[in-house]
Structure formats: structure tokens, C-alpha cells
Design a protein around this ligand. Structure first.
Ligand SMILES: O=C(O)CC[C@@H]1NC(=O)NC1=O
Ligand SMILES: [Fe+3]
Length: 403
């Protein structure tokens, strides 16, 4: 007897992303079947079980990839930093602006002044731009509140976005993003309040799925990050780290030491940091939008990550200061053009490896039975077109949880 399912997509070419690191797991005459929001079958039509569905879509030869995953964003924030952008065009360096109380702190002021509803409303156009390109899972960080109430509001707004749109949202507490003015330069005291008051309150409300920190001269030291990570692990929360972005503070090795899901940015990571990540199974999240926008010149050591077998993900790092980017397709083009990633690495970077960087590979990131039926269906002749073009969005249809 035929197996009942809810929906079938046939006459499709699949990039399952379930093959090895360097191939797309391609299936020429493929079929995907969904039941109760999950993939029941994905593979060659000729090997599919006998299926019966009320809805059968003829994909007319279009490509189907896993729904795209943006695994590193600061999507929820108040205001914007266009004025700073102009200053930087006049030659003022990013770090100088940050030290002069601009940068993250100026977004902090706008975020503290915003209600949860304001934060949701201002994030929606950014979220809709990503959804329009087939994003089905997104990570959203806090880190512009820098005090408990505003950090709670940011994380509640992120959770609210998952109710406002058909998308999976995973949240990350990034209280260790910058020092708020009221801390009067005392970073250790701020970290003390963060681990003693903010993190426990946020964990109690279940508002954070992970904890992140910014390990950098203009932010927090490895010792201060270690205090945050120790508290996160004690609360059973996974960690990730903004590491080695502007200098080498050995953030990658610090992240690996705490078994972090990922270390992110990594422009200045050295061979020891790469080896530590490989040993710990910590994924690299590469953020070419920030590299491009702040005109960084030192690219992350992609050849070392590749040789060491460190998984590489790509993400927009959507944030108002260093990466006002809301296109994961453009991010893939920059991953190839600026960091010399291959097409297969770019596509894996926004699907399988992005899911891995979020600890969600068991649920999404590839077209495999049992995973969420999150699909992106594309009007392209070959998958390379998704990395090659800049600005043209060939999405034909987006399916989230089988719908
Ligand atoms: O400038 C901002 O608003 C965030 C910058 C962003 N945060 C971080 O830790 N590194 C970055 O590039
Ligand atoms: Fe970031």
C-alpha cells in the first residue's frame, strides 16, 4: 500500500548537501516528500517508495537546496549608523570611532530607547529580505542593550519574529559585546554583573539558546570571555565567539578550549588556533560582509581551515556598524570572490555547515529523511549561479516546515 504523505515535489534536481565536503550530493531526477513538516524521502525518484499525497508539485527541472541558514546575525537593533559610515568614508578608522563612544554604544542608545514592538517592527524588513532569498533558519544575537532590561527586550523581540514569520529563530545572548558608558571603563565589574545578574535572568526565561562574546582589544579580554563562558556552560548553554577579527588574541583557541559551537570572523587566526578548532570540532563562521564593509585586508586562513578539515560556514553578520548586509546570496559571492571559497564550500556554508555552527545539524541543513522539510527551489540551470550572480535573486519558492 502507498505511504501517505502531505506533499511531494518531483521532477526536481536536488543539491542535498548530504554528500562529502566537496560535493553537493546532487540528484538529477529527484523527489522530495514531506509529512508532518519533516522530510519523509529525498533522493532519486526511481528509488522512492510508493507515495500518496494530496499535493504533488511538478518542479519542471528546477534545483532544490536545503532552506538557507543565516547562522550569525545581529538582526534586532535600534537606529542605524549611516552617519558613521560617512565619517569612515572621510577616513576615520572603525576602532577610533568605537573608542570615541560611537560604534556599538551609539546603537546601544537607540536600542535602549526602543520598545520590544519597535525592535520587532524595525527588524521585519531585514528579515523579509532574507526570507525572500530562501532563508528558513536564522540566528539572532542580543548585544545592543548592554543592561538587563534592554537585553531581555532584544531577545524577546527575536523570539517574537519567529511568531511573526514562517522561520526558525535561534537566539544568542551577546551581553559581552561592548562596555556600556555607565560601566565607566570597569570591564571586570561589568562582566561580574553579566555573569551574576544578566545571564542567570536570561537563562531563567529561556530567552537564549547560546552565549557569544566579542574577544578584541576594543571589547573583552580572553580572561573576561572565559568568565562568561564558564557561567554559560554552568547553565548548560552552548557558546560561540567573535574571535580574532581585528587582531590575534588567540580567540579561536579560547573558543576551542570551551568546546564552542563556532568561532566567528577569524581574519587574524593563526595555525595554532586552526589546529585547536579542528581538535575541538569548533566550526569556523566566515563573515565576508564585515571584512568587505570595514575594508579589512587580511582574509581568514581558509587554506588552513580546509587542510585541517575545520567546517566553514558563511553568514551575513547583519549589523548596523560593520555589516549592514541582508543578502545571503551576496554573502556567498563574497565568500568566493574575497575569501576564495569554492562554489561547493559556499553552498555548504549557508546550509549544512551553518546548521552545524548552530548545533542544529540533526534537524536541518541537508535534504535527508527525518529533518525539517525546509526547502529553497531555484530558477537556475546549475547551482553555481547562486554564488556567481550579484543582486539577482532566482528563488522560485521557499518551503518552511513542509509549508
Ligand atoms: O559595530 C557594531 O554595531 C557591531 C560590530 C560587530 N560586532 C562585533 O563583535 N564585531 C563586529 O564586527
Ligand atoms: Fe557579529
Amino acid at each position: 500500500p502507498a505511504i501517505r504523505c502531505d506533499r511531494i515535489w518531483r521532477k526536481a534536481r536536488l543539491a542535498t548537501m548530504a554528500g562529502g565536503r566537496s560535493d553537493l550530493g546532487m540528484v538529477e531526477d529527484g523527489l522530495v516528500a514531506a509529512r508532518d513538516g519533516r522530510i519523509l524521502y529525498a533522493g532519486p525518484a526511481g528509488e522512492a517508495p510508493d507515495l500518496d499525497a494530496p499535493q504533488v508539485e511538478d518542479c519542471e527541472g528546477r534545483w532544490i537546496t536545503p532552506g538557507l541558514i543565516d547562522c550569525h546575525t545581529h538582526l534586532v537593533f535600534g537606529g542605524d549608523r549611516a552617519d558613521e559610515f560617512e565619517k569612515r568614508l572621510a577616513g576615520v578608522p572603525y576602532e577610533e570611532i568605537a573608542r570615541a563612544g560611537g560604534g556599538i554604544v551609539s546603537t546601544m542608545r537607540a536600542t535602549r530607547a526602543a520598545s520590544e514592538a519597535d525592535l520587532v517592527a524595525s527588524a521585519l524588513p531585514r528579515l523579509d529580505a532574507l526570507i525572500a532569498e530562501g532563508v528558513t533558519t536564522i540566528e539572532i544575537k542580543s548585544g545592543y542593550g548592554l543592561e538587563l532590561d534592554a537585553e531581555l527586550r532584544q531577545l524577546r523581540a527575536a523570539r517574537a519574529l519567529a511568531k511573526a514569520r514562517p522561520i526558525t529563530v535561534t537566539t544568542t545572548f551577546l551581553g559581552a559585546h561592548a562596555l556600556p558608558p555607565e560601566a565607566a571603563g570597569d570591564k571586570d565589574a561589568y562582566i561580574g554583573r553579566l555573569v551574576g545578574e544578566m545571564l542567570p535572568a536570561i537563562a531563567r526565561e529561556g530567552l537564549a539558546d547560546a552565549v557569544d562574546a566579542f574577544c578584541e582589544g576594543i571589547a573583552f579580554s580572553p580572561e573576561q570571555v572565559a568568565r562568561v563562558f564558564t557561567a554559560a556552560k554552568a547553565l548548560g548553554l552552548p557558546v560561540k565567539l567573535h574571535a580574532d577579527q581585528l587582531s590575534n588574541l588567540h580567540g579561536a583557541a579560547l573558543a576551542a578550549r570551551f568546546g564552542a559551537l563556532s568561532a566567528d570572523h577569524l581574519e587574524h587566526t593563526d595555525a595554532a588556533g586552526v589546529a585547536a578548532m579542528a581538535q575541538a570540532g569548533t566550526a569556523a563562521v566566515l563573515l565576508p560582509g564585515a571584512y568587505y564593509f570595514i575594508r579589512e585586508t587580511k582574509a581568514p586562513p581558509v587554506d588552513l581551515f580546509r587542510a585541517a578539515g575545520v567546517p566553514m560556514a558563511l553568514a551575513t553578520d547583519c549589523n548596523p556598524g560593520t555589516s549592514p548586509l541582508t543578502s545571503l546570496l551576496m554573502t556567498m559571492n563574497m565568500g568566493a570572490t574575497l575569501f576564495r571559497l569554492t562554489v561547493a564550500e559556499c553552498l555548504a556554508g549557508v546550509t549544512r555547515e551553518a546548521a552545524r555552527a548552530l548545533g542544529m545539524l540533526d534537524r536541518t541543513g541537508t535534504l535527508e529523511a527525518g529533518k525539517a522539510c525546509d526547502l529553497a527551489i531555484w530558477d537556475v540551470e546549475r547551482p553555481a549561479e547562486l554564488v556567481y550572480r550579484m543582486g539577482l535573486n532566482p528563488l522560485h519558492a521557499r518551503i518552511w516546515s513542509g509549508r
